[in-house]
Write a protein that binds this ligand. Structure first.
Ligand SMILES: [Zn+2]
Ligand SMILES: [Zn+2]
Length: 158
């Protein structure tokens, strides 16, 4: 589990840099149309981390915030580098205990193993997902706590 501490990441131009000071709580892949739009790609990767555990070592003052609303109407506060446009994290409020780091911006992504795929009803049609890779949901998962438990088991085995 210690191996998940100290991971670094940052935006494409390098102006914004951060380090994770505690193990993440969960990683899932989201295939909703918002995540496709946000990433300009096939899906989004959400690494849930305690807000306090994201230590911005460079460029926190540069981060630009853009607000939108999810399908359920919930606020989504999106932080990105205004220079290169890399999405850094999403939060649902300023005082959220946990935020969602966009995991593709980590320097080392080789250790990442999502515990679930969500919103598969809008997944790219060519995408093939290994059925052994974890639970799959057409829309939102019924219980995120189950996914967090799976993640903990996975980290403990790593
Ligand atoms: Zn940048
Ligand atoms: Zn999504």
């Amino acid at each position: 589990m210690d191996s998940a501490i100290g991971k670094t990441g940052g935006c494409q131009c390098g102006a914004v840099r951060y380090q994770l000071t505690a193990p993440p709580e969960m990683l899932y892949v989201c295939h909703c149309s918002d995540c496709q739009k946000q990433s300009s790609s096939a899906f989004g990767m959400s690494l849930i981390v305690q807000r306090d555990a994201v230590d911005f070592t460079e460029g926190a003052e540069y981060l630009k915030i853009w607000d939108t609303h999810g399908g359920d109407g919930q606020l989504k506060r999106c932080a990105f580098c205004p220079e290169c446009g890399t999405r850094i994290y999403h939060a649902s409020a300023d005082d959220d205990a946990s935020i969602s780091i966009k995991a593709g911006a980590l320097d080392d992504t080789g250790w990442l193993r999502p515990v679930a795929h969500i919103w598969l009803q809008s997944a790219q049609p060519w995408l093939v997902i290994d059925p052994d890779s974890g639970p799959c949901f057409a829309q939102e998962p019924d219980d995120e706590a189950d996914l967090a438990r799976l993640w903990q088991q996975q980290l403990a085995q790593a």
